[in-house]
Design a binder for this molecule. Structure first.
Ligand SMILES: C[S@@+](CC[C@H](N)C(=O)[O-])C[C@H]1O[C@@H](n2cnc3c(N)ncnc32)[C@H](O)[C@@H]1O
Length: 197
């Protein structure tokens, strides 16, 4: 698949010194749904290269903190930011939440994780769902009561069923496709607020 790789958002991100065009997806989500606040403790799953970290650190301010986890080696371009902790780890293997915050819990959990795609629709959808299922299973461990969860998922019938189930544990659940998402992409974002732990 050849994209117009250097599209409008790619160029805009370069000009504004953001590490990826994905920044504009989170910005659109945050402008519309008010997910991030000053002082929040945020977990960013699949943070690399780190445009969401750049945006989130600014939003939560010095009293907040952002923890980023990615399989890829830590991005040194981000290590000068004060309120950020970055880990090289596979989320599917990670369990030591208590080492990251005093109570092991976050106000906001973000996931822009994307599995390695095969081009086989069913396989890619199932892998994407697998990442999200682990997050949902672990919410009681790492999301504070009344906290928010924002995640990306490849749309499918199974994904929609999972999203319906989320309505039982969050007061608000919205599906959103940012303008900055590439038109060929099957991804959607799910914004869940007011977790009932
Ligand atoms: C689309 S990129 C994230 C871009 C990021 N939000 C930004 O703004 O720069 C998706 C990331 O998810 C990571 N990822 C995929 N599966 C993962 C897993 N099991 N554990 C941790 N990271 C994972 C990939 O390594 C990749 O860096």
């Amino acid at each position: 698949m050849t994209f117009k790789v250097k599209d409008h958002y790619f160029k805009k991100a370069k000009q504004e010194n953001y590490l990826a065009r994905s920044i504009y997806k989170l910005k659109e989500i945050d402008d519309k749904f008010n997910v991030l606040s000053k002082g929040d403790n945020v977990l960013d799953l699949g943070y690399f290269p780190g445009s969401w970290v750049q945006y989130t650190c600014e939003k939560v301010g010095e009293k907040g903190q952002v923890v980023g986890i990615d399989i890829k080696p830590v991005n040194k371009k981000l290590t000068n930011i004060k309120n950020v902790v970055l880990l090289e780890s596979d989320y599917l293997e990670f369990s030591d939440w208590k080492s990251l915050t005093p109570d092991g819990k976050f106000d906001v959990v973000l996931s822009d994780m994307a599995p390695n795609t095969t081009g086989i629709k069913d396989v890619d959808q199932a892998r994407s769902l697998g990442l999200i299922e682990k997050i949902i299973y672990e919410l009681p461990v790492f999301l504070k009561d009344e906290g928010s969860l924002v995640f990306k998922i490849f749309d499918s019938n199974d994904a929609q069923m999972e999203i319906r189930n989320l309505r039982k544990i969050f007061k608000q659940v919205k599906i959103f496709r940012p303008d900055s998402t590439r038109s060929v992409s099957k991804e959607i974002f799910v914004i869940c607020k007011e977790y009932n732990a």
